[in-house]
Design a protein around this ligand. Sequence first.
Ligand code: NDP
Ligand SMILES: O=C(O)C1=N[C@H](C(=O)O)C[C@H](O)C1
Length: 266
Amino acid sequence: MTISLGILGAGGRMGAALLAEIAGMPGVTLAGAIERAEHAGIGKPVGAAYPPSLTLGSNPGPLARAADVLIDFSSPAALEATLDSACEGRAAVVIGTTGLQAEHHALIDRAARNIAVLQSANTSLGVTLLARLVAQAAAALGEDWDIEIAELHHRYKLDAPSGTALALGQAAAEGRGIDLAAHSERGRDGDAKREPGSIGFASLRGGSAAGDHMVLFAGDGERLELVHRAESRIIFARGALRAATWLAGKPAGRYTMDDVLGLPAR
Ligand SMILES: NC(=O)C1=CN([C@@H]2O[C@H](COP(=O)(O)OP(=O)(O)OC[C@H]3O[C@@H](n4cnc5c(N)ncnc54)[C@H](OP(=O)(O)O)[C@@H]3O)[C@@H](O)[C@H]2O)C=CC1
Ligand SMILES: O=C(O)C1=N[C@H](C(=O)O)C[C@H](O)C1
């Protein structure tokens, strides 16, 4: 069976990585690719690896009707229209976009009553495993071990902390049995003594870094550092494509990368 894919945010960095990967991938075909209506590439061919008739569009409605699975690496502002189109067109959706707020997660939960949706702030296999290790370490180490999460990304990244850093914070909070929102310390500056039991976040931005994450467990006299470094975006693209092929044909519901990898619930 061939699975047809629709790419949202196709003109971006992840869009380019996905289009490059799909071109040589067996078992999948490109149904279409879209961008913001104002994008300079609208109406032009998607890429040299595809037929010239396959041009960049801007309307998620027809794309959702043509594709089995939509893959979204665009912007939180686009999410509502994407999910509405997916529900109407009966397409499953992989959401990699970060910077999502509570209202976006509510939209995802609502759509997941009708279609299969997988949302992941980091589709790499390494980070999926890292989150489990973080939860385990947070559960095993006592509350006198301070937890700090640092991330490094390229100079163009829009959101901070990264979606991955927040997901790793969530894994640490779950492991420790605390509420992340009530225990987060973000963007320290000036009079900012560490609150005992908090989870701290620090964001670095610069150059072309594809995305590094470190979770530091700092105890008295020893430190444990769990680190993931992305060497290129291809790992996110491959993970998202693995997720998309896994998601095709699944019943309505909200899924995670853990489900794709067949990992038991944390
Ligand atoms: N889950 C994961 O593993 C990963 C997640 N990400 C996340 O994916 C997102 C995209 O990252 P990246 O590719 O680096 O960012 P880019 O800015 O390079 O690409 C995003 C693209 O989406 C476009 N876009 C904006 N609004 C819409 C819309 N309404 N419909 C269609 N396209 C739209 C943007 O257009 P314009 O520039 O004109 O606004 C841009 O071309 C970010 O949120 C990032 O954090 C990134 C890597 C891995
Ligand atoms: O914007 C990026 O580049 C990345 N974003 C994701 C995030 O916010 O965690 C994943 C990855 O780190 C790259």
